[in-house]
Design a protein around this ligand. Structure first.
Ligand code: PAF
Length: 272
């Protein structure tokens, strides 16, 4: 890990943290990072499938590992450095300290994936301490994660600017994710209902959130009969707390299972 300290990092140091299995969504995050780093800066992509953020061992074991393709994508995008640590470099196995966020994690994925955000916060803190970036780029597809990381940086006094990058979508609206490759042809067809439902929920922001949620659920249930909804909620974009009416910047966020594959997505809703 001390090798990081020996690398000559010039200008702004921009980090794009990933778990690998890089796809076009990551490519966009990396391009955002490249623009932020400018000619004189250093763009680093970290690739580490962090075991502590998986609450399901099977999910961890089956998480795609595609380092050769990831390397190629980073080369194409002119990434300056790939940080690709081993488990033993990241975890001694004797740790007794972790980083916990207590407010923004109460709903959405925080409620349905116990311990997930402790793992994320702890590994991101480690990455920040090892790499010492000036800027880090996170995708808005993981909106709750982005909000939590912004809070972490503020609460733990990291001098790092956190940039949220827009979600990259397939033509039919499906948010690009490393997990999409696990969908069967039929599941993939039905998955476009997720974005369709979210868009429909933005059209009448004057309605009660409960009505918008019922609408979104009915679209998913009719267009994606193979799916099981984990959650579909409308929350305050700042606090991640459920709201009754869209009277402030809001977020509709969803997680569904299609077969064994869990997909998440969200959309911003603004008050009239
Ligand atoms: O969003 C991800 O890929 C991961 O949660 C992150 C931020 C790389 C931490 O492991």
């Amino acid at each position: 890990m001390n090798e990081m300290a020996r690398w000559p990092m010039t200008g702004d140091v921009v980090l794009v943290p990933t778990m690998g299995a890089l796809h076009e969504g990551h490519r966009e995050l990396i391009r955002t990072g490249k623009t932020l780093a400018k000619e004189e800066g250093t763009l680093i992509v970290s690739i580490y499938v962090n075991p502590t953020q998986f609450n399901d061992t099977e999910d961890f074991k089956s998480y795609p590992k595609t380092f050769e393709q990831d390397y190629e994508l980073c080369r194409e995008e002119d990434v300056d450095l790939i940080f690709y640590p081993s488990d033993s470099e990241m975890y001694s196995g004797r740790e007794s300290v972790s980083v916990t966020e207590k407010k923004l994690t109460q709903h959405l994925c925080g409620a349905t994936r116990q311990g997930h955000f402790d793992g994320v916060c702890s590994v991101v803190t480690k990455l920040f301490n090892i790499i010492k970036p000036t800027t880090a780029v996170f995708g808005k597809k993981d909106y709750q994660q982005l909000a939590i990381i912004k809070q972490l940086v503020s609460d733990l006094n990291f001098s790092i600017e956190i940039i949220g990058a827009e979600t990259t979508r397939e033509q039919d609206g499906l948010a690009i994710s490393s997990r999409n490759r696990f969908l069967s042809t039929e599941e993939r067809k039905q998955s476009s209902a997720i974005h369709e439902a979210l868009v429909a929920m933005t059209l009448n922001p004057e309605k009660q959130c409960s009505e918008l949620i019922t609408l979104g659920k009915s679209i998913i249930e009719s267009e994606a009969p193979l799916s099981r909804i984990d959650y579909l909620e409308i929350v305050d974009r700042q606090t991640m707390e459920p709201i009754q009416t869209i009277d402030r910047p809001a977020l509709a966020a969803v997680a569904i299972f299609l077969g064994n594959t869990r997909l998440i997505d969200n959309i911003e809703i603004n008050s009239l």
